[in-house]
Write a protein that binds this ligand. Structure first.
Ligand code: SAM
Length: 241
């Protein structure tokens, strides 16, 4: 954990501690959606739409959104499964979940840790994690939990920041260094959380490594696709059976 001016407690990029992650997201919950939209120049909606599509979860199916935050992806999953299906969203930060519950009343939200999901084995056709894995120190354990709760044949979709295409990297670095802190100060009145955002993105590995994590956790048909010049990657896999 690191302390910054104004006594903001921040997680350590690369090995984030749960209490610091919870405190950080609790502190920015009210502005989270706005900041997402502004900092991604509106692309975040497209990324989540594609994530929901890649789940292939059918009408009447069951989906779990881990690290659901304010429920943006859970909402898209619910649109796919419809009233005959079910979607559960899990997150450790209560402030995020109370916003989610207000925004998407059709979805059931549960407080819980990705490392110990409060749901039974083999219960879901699809599990998604959007911008969550980077905030979890023990990603292997998190992926094993996803595997546990998927039914055999069920699909996982991980949406995460990634390594941009080489020609895009200088521009992206400048954007992270100059634009993100300024926008965070303007919209949040502080920059710490977004300092953590850029630091955690820079230490997060490229898509081949993440694909290896999925294979190590037991998934098959592991694949990924990049969006927005590699700024994000969408990883998919299937629990065998
Ligand atoms: C960057 S936000 C992403 C929210 C949402 N998935 C989205 O697409 O906007 C990360 C979320 O992960 C949650 N989180 C972090 N570590 C977690 C853990 N170990 N278990 C459950 N949720 C966690 C945070 O509380 C936060 O709401």
């Amino acid at each position: 954990m690191t302390l910054e001016a104004g006594e903001e407690v921040l997680p350590t990029a690369g090995r984030p501690e749960v209490p610091a992650v919870r405190a950080m997201f609790g502190g920015i919950a009210g502005r989270y959606d706005l900041l997402n939209a502004v900092l991604s120049l509106g692309e975040d909606r497209r990324w989540r739409r594609r994530a929901a599509q890649l789940t292939r979860v059918p009408r009447g199916g069951k989906a779990l959104d881990v690290c659901t935050g304010t429920g943006a992806l859970a909402r898209l999953l619910w649109r796919r499964v419809g009233p005959s299906g079910a979607v559960i969203g899990v997150d450790i930060t209560e402030e995020m979940l109370s916003l989610a519950a207000r925004a998407v009343p059709e979805v059931e939200f549960r407080v819980g840790d990705a490392l110990e999901l409060p749901v039974p084995d083999r219960a879901f056709d699809a599990v998604t994690v959007a911008f969550g894995l980077r905030n979890i120190a023990d990603h292997q354990r998190a992926l094993r939990e996803v595997w546990r709760v998927l039914r055999p044949g069920g699909r996982v979709v991980i949406l995460e920041f990634s390594t941009p295409r080489p020609f895009m990297r200088p521009l992206y670095r400048q954007y992270s260094r100059l634009v993100i802190p300024r926008m965070a100060r303007l919209l949040l009145g502080r920059t710490g959380a977004y300092g953590y955002l850029t630091a955690s993105i820079s230490v997060f590995p490229g898509p081949n490594v993440v694909a290896g994590w999925l294979r190590d956790a037991g998934f098959e048909r592991v694949a990924y696709e990049r969006m927005t010049l590699g700024i994000v990657a969408l990883h998919t896999g299937r629990r065998p059976g």
